[in-house]
Ligand binder design. Structure first.
Ligand code: CA
Length: 665
């Protein structure tokens, strides 16, 4: 997430959090901590138990409602204070199908209805929590659902997708367009041209993980008005532990979004694809009036020295992961998504806002369930967080976060140009001086003696292991690759842009880091030049599936790169020592050319001395390879990982303009 909210933020009132504590506690560290389960509602057909952690409350009520919106409460019940700051009550009888909110009184003020911080089911727009039996939300076959196998993080190929982008186009051939269920339709094809879409497209492409943009309940889309066009990326969390209603076929029925989310996960698993959730614990959509503020004012957010809400997210607030109950919240929330929804990985939005200890606690908790669950995030923040930089999960501290990865903006920017200036290109645009950044990306961000040259240095080798490094050229933030190439090379023909598109994907998919593809880049999707499309209409954000036929050669090329990577462990050694031992950059290349050899047969590869030349020049380049016969698999914008493209003799070798050469012995 970067600049996702262009909203003008209201001037925040000083909350006076010290006053909120009512003299009961001297600091947030003194608040009692829930030791066992943190369940706000426990349902059985005989009775329902409510429990809210609200240590500063003077009174707590729970209100029962017949519907998810409107009407008066059928009952209002007072909770009694207990240990650990928890307030309790038990209601006899079967409350299945009813809704509830809490109302908390602090410093003489009732804070207003909230579904609590731990609602697991909600009514429309997530305003009221719902009492349901979660067991009935399991789709048929859910007990047999298992994660597709994954031997090593180094084997991962990520595909970042927004539900609407992926399936809303009327040509997608998908029935449940823009919904979770779109990813359950196994045989979707475009009406014209019969190109596969949906899950069949993903299988054809060969990615191992789908990373879904925020799919927890967010606030920006009005779920009561789904007949009207609405679009948002969803980086505005409301209920962290419930799926978003607008992606379900019926947001009014609390069970439907839960069941359909599970159906989606199950269908992807059946297709051999793991599912990564984009999680946004770093801020909430609103501050005053958020579920956190209506439960324990001040506690879940950091404050500035002046007592105002801190704002390192750029979205009005920043959460306080270092406080015991916020940390517990994050740990239990990710565990819940794994256990209830079978999620296989997490992408942390603005991970740099979270403290190192919390990220380690999350890694440990997930390792106890399944160590193949992958964690990565944005190793930065939108502003300076309130904690010292060396205590945060920033990119430069990734060496202190074993088995957690971060995005490499260095590799991205060295390929396509800087975030701050869309018209400025880099390596792909034929500008020199970016070769060190490309070598850094190829090495997966680990220390390597040949990355820096006399003239150019990367700021820091921040990855200890290559699977801690996400290699990418574009993502949902800012321009997608097709738009960026147009912006940086306005005079380039379609043919030139296609060639550069392929070259960019070659760099990403031959990197020792974990490759990441923005959905639709494989068919050269565009966003009509819009940089921050967080709330742009479908006409901007939708992948237009007619492109798959038009740019079929690009799609086939990306498929070929993925096939190549999956078949050859040399491209994903997964170990920094092996990378330093086997990855050798070839000396004496011209500006705008990076060439490397994966010496020998690393990780038991069937090929020897795989050599890759990335030539971004607008003319051919010549380099010298060892004498002898070489098998060519990629040349002049064509790739044939299995059949090959014939042989070539060593010595002086030419590589065509704006293209990659891949060969082996
Ligand atoms: Ca919502």
């Amino acid at each position: 997430m970067k600049l996702k909210h262009l909203l003008i933020l209201p001037v925040l009132t000083a909350v006076g959090c010290q006053q909120m504590q009512q003299g009961k506690y001297d600091s947030y560290d003194d608040y009692p901590v829930v030791k066992g389960d943190w369940e706000e509602m426990t349902y059985t057909p005989q009775s329902t138990r409510f429990a809210l952690w609200a240590p500063t409350a003077e009174e707590v009520n729970v209100k029962l409602y017949a519907a998810g919106e409107g009407g008066e409460p059928s009952q209002v019940l007072a909770l009694k204070p207990g240990d650990d700051g928890l307030w309790h009550t038990m209601v006899e009888g079967d409350l299945n199908g009813q809704f509830y909110t809490f109302d908390v009184k602090v410093a003489g003020n009732w804070l207003g209805d909230t579904p609590g911080v731990w609602a697991k089911a909600v009514g429309v727009n997530g305003d009221r929590a719902a009492i349901i039996d979660l067991n009935v939300t399991d789709p048929e076959g859910w007990e047999q659902d298992t994660r597709p196998s994954l031997k090593s993080f180094a084997d991962i190929i990520l595909y970042e997708m927004h539900h609407r982008d992926f399936s809303i186009d009327s040509l997608s051939g998908i029935e449940h367009r823009g919904k979770f269920l779109a990813l359950t339709e196994e045989n979707a094809k475009t009406a014209l041209g019969q190109q596969r879409t949906g899950i069949a497209h993903l299988k054809e492409l060969g990615v191992t993980h789908v990373h879904i943009l925020p799919s927890f309940d967010f606030s920006s889309v009005d779920e009561t008005k789904l007949d009207q066009p609405q679009y948002n990326w969803g980086y505005d969390p409301k209920n962290y532990n419930v799926p978003e209603g607008s992606y379900s076929t019926n947001p009014f029925d609390p069970a439907v979004r839960i069941r359909e989310f599970k159906q989606m996960v199950m269908a992807l698993h059946k297709a051999g694809i793991r599912v990564v959730m984009d999680v946004v614990y770093n801020h909430t959509a609103v501050t005053e009036g958020s579920n956190f503020e209506r439960t324990v004012p001040g506690y879940f957010y950091r404050q500035t020295p002046e007592g105002k809400f801190a704002n390192a997210s750029g979205c009005g607030n920043e959460t306080a992961s270092e406080r015991a109950m916020m940390r517990k919240f994050m740990v239990e929330s990710v565990k819940y998504w794994v256990e209830e929804y079978h999620i296989d990985g997490f992408r942390f939005d603005l991970m740099g806002i979270h403290d190192l200890g919390t990220m380690r606690a999350i890694r440990q908790a997930l390792d106890e369930i399944d160590p193949t669950i992958y964690i990565y995030g944005e190793g930065w923040a939108a502003g300076a967080p309130q904690l010292p930089a060396d205590s945060l999960a920033m990119k430069n501290n990734i060496d202190q976060l074993e088995r957690i990865a971060a995005f490499s903006d260095e590799f991205r920017d060295s390929l396509r140009g800087p975030f701050g200036n869309d018209a400025q290109g880099a390596f792909l645009a034929g500008l020199k001086g970016h070769e060190a950044g490309i070598r850094f990306g190829i090495a997966g961000g680990v220390e390597h003696p040949q990355v820096n040259d006399g003239e150019h240095q990367v700021p820091k080798f921040w990855a200890l292991q290559p699977a801690q490094f996400i290699s990418y050229v574009s993502c949902h933030d800012d321009m997608c690759l097709a738009d960026r190439l147009k912006a940086t090379m306005p005079d380039a023909s379609l043919e030139v842009r296609k060639a550069l598109h392929k070259l960019a994907e070659t760099a990403v998919l031959t990197s020792q880091g974990v490759p990441f593809i923005f959905a639709g880049d494989e068919v050269m999707r565009d966003k009509q030049g819009v940089h921050n499309s967080y709330n742009s209409p479908d006409s901007i954000n939708a992948i237009r599936w007619a492109l798959k036929k038009q740019n079929r050669d690009v799609f086939d090329y990306v498929c070929g790169l993925i096939e190549l990577r999956k078949a050859h462990p040399a491209f994903r050694m997964g170990d920094a020592k092996l990378v330093r031992e086997h990855l050798e950059f070839l000396p004496g290349t011209e500006d705008n050319v990076v060439a490397f050899c994966l010496k020998g047969q690393p990780c038991g590869d069937t090929w020897s001395d795989i050599t890759v030349v990335l030539n971004a020049r607008d003319e051919a380049t010549t380099l010298t390879l060892p004498e002898g016969s070489w098998q060519v698999v990629c040349r002049d914008g064509r790739i044939e990982p299995t059949r090959g493209l014939g042989t070539m003799q060593g010595g002086k070798v030419q590589v065509g303009a704006r293209s990659a050469l891949i060969l082996h012995r």
